[in-house]
Design a protein. Structure first.
Length: 132
């Protein structure tokens, strides 16, 4: 059992991407499902599938690569808020990742959303990770 399931999610995706794997399997949770949906909507992963069993379920993620150069679409996944040091941000001080080219995934009262959506809806929250 891991003490930080979000860091485990990010590490599994990062390692699979660097190893050139096509599919990675991750134990599921509601936050991980929302983060997977955001990565798909923003174009960082090719596809995903939620498999429910009698326990927590699994998430299968098909990673995305450049067809000609085989470079992964996700170049960096960085954990921002940790269990030992939480990082919160108001809507006015929402972080810009790579000068607006990347995204930050934020846990808010409206659910897990990107930093751009949080700024547009004028809500703050805990900054979970940076993706670019």
């Amino acid at each position: 059992m891991t003490t930080d399931p979000i860091a485990d999610f990010l590490t599994r995706v990062r390692n699979a991407s660097l190893a050139g794997l096509k599919v990675v399997e991750i134990p599921g949770s509601n936050t991980k499902r929302a983060m997977t949906q955001i990565l798909f909507d923003q174009g960082y992963i090719l596809n995903y599938k939620f498999e429910d069993d009698n326990k927590q379920g699994m998430i299968k993620i098909a990673l995305k690569y450049n067809p000609s150069t085989k470079v992964p679409a996700i170049t960096k996944l960085q954990r921002a808020s940790r269990p030992g040091l939480r990082k919160y941000s108001s809507s006015t001080e929402m972080p810009r990742v790579l000068n607006g080219l990347g995204i930050a995934i934020v846990s808010t009262s409206k659910g897990v959303i990107t930093n751009k959506e949080a700024k547009k809806e004028n809500i703050g929250g805990e900054v979970l990770c940076y993706v670019y």
